[in-house]
Design a protein. Structure first.
Length: 335
């Protein structure tokens, strides 16, 4: 018997219709984020760059799109017990904010090495912080226990169709704002952001290219693509604290089938791109959000003739939650 691929059977965690539904559900709660340009950066990149400023989204990152879609999708009975997640960063704060908006509790399991500013955001939005050890197992076990004790619904940061659909609303917005975009460059970690973006963008315009940008020190997605199977790493090492997670079983099939290439960037390139965002665009991004610009400026992108046709390149500036103390120290050590 002939086996059909996921693409033929359309077996993905989200699709254009779930993404359009997400947009209807969340549109009155989220910001329609602006797109910025810079002639100076265009000159450096040799093409038109369009910066989608998700760092101006509520909660300071795109994560509020997925989190609010997930929370608003719950029925009254499910919602009454609240929501729980394990996250070191932007998803945690976004979920706390979405839960606050719906008037339900949010239990956030946070590893004790999480960036201070991201934990402060969780607390500011009324989330209940439960500390755990940084290891993934400790996060999962603690979240399971909270779920059992409270009956709260687990909302995974990326391996969830509701989250992927929410993040995909970026493409709907972006391609309405600038239909001439031929390429979108997206930071990748667990893959929820790029899954939503690529599913929506390629349904609207199949010829659009979707490229992932990933730190060399957390290159599980690049290795997975190269080897054609899901690969995780024993450890990661990058200043981009939002990009240390690994693809999941819901996001990997989308990345495998819809992402055109993964461009890996060095730490120095991330820091340089981040400085350019501050100095030229005047936009405060966190390191994880600077990898897209780092990718388009990298030698591997500039010298690859495959990308010569990328003339109108959207770059997702995915978040702006930066711990300044840690950042200064890192800049000092790494540059
Ligand atoms: C600022 C920022 N950019 C990009 C990502 C990557 O998103 P995903 O895990 O959905 O790939 C994250 C994830 O936490 C993030 O916080």
């Amino acid at each position: 018997m002939e086996m059909k691929s996921d693409r033929e059977t359309n077996q993905y965690a989200a699709d254009l219709s779930s993404i359009k539904e997400a947009r209807e559900r969340i549109k009155s709660f989220i910001h329609n984020t602006p797109v910025f340009f810079s002639d100076s950066l265009d000159l450096m990149a040799g093409r038109r760059l369009l910066f989608k400023c998700e760092c101006f989204q509520k909660g300071g990152a795109f994560k509020f799109r997925g989190a609010s879609n997930a929370v608003l999708s719950l029925d009254e009975k499910q919602a009454s017990k609240g929501v729980v997640t394990h996250s070191s960063g932007n998803h945690a704060a976004a979920l706390a904010l979405a839960a606050k908006m719906r008037g339900i509790p949010a239990y956030i399991v946070v590893p004790n090495n999480a960036p201070k500013c991201k934990v402060q955001n969780v607390i500011r939005y009324g989330g209940q912080v439960i500390w755990c050890e940084p290891m993934f197992d400790s996060r999962r076990i603690t979240a399971d226990k909270v779920q059992q004790d409270t009956g709260a619904v687990l909302i995974h940061p990326y391996n969830d169709g509701r989250i992927i659909s929410g993040q995909g609303t970026i493409s709907l917005e972006l391609l309405e704002q600038f239909p001439e975009i031929d390429t979108i460059i997206v930071p990748i970690s667990g893959g929820g952001l790029i899954s939503g973006i690529s599913l929506a963008a390629k349904s609207i315009n199949p010829s659009i290219r979707v490229l992932a940008a990933e730190p060399v020190g957390a290159n599980d997605a690049a290795l997975s693509k190269e080897n054609g199977r899901l690969i995780t790493l024993p450890q990661t090492d990058t200043i981009a604290d939002g990009l240390r997670a690994f693809l999941g079983d819901q996001t990997w099939p989308v990345v495998r089938d819809f992402v055109d290439a993964i461009i890996t960037v060095e730490e120095k390139e991330i820091i340089h791109a981040m400085k350019l965002c501050y100095e030229i665009l005047k936009v405060a991004v966190e390191p994880s959000a600077a990898v897209g610009l780092a990718a388009v400026l990298s030698d591997s992108f500039q010298q690859n003739s495959l990308w010569n046709e990328c003339k109108h390149v959207a770059i997702i500036l995915s978040g702006g939650n930066v711990d300044l103390d840690v950042l200064w120290e890192a800049l000092y050590k790494k540059t």
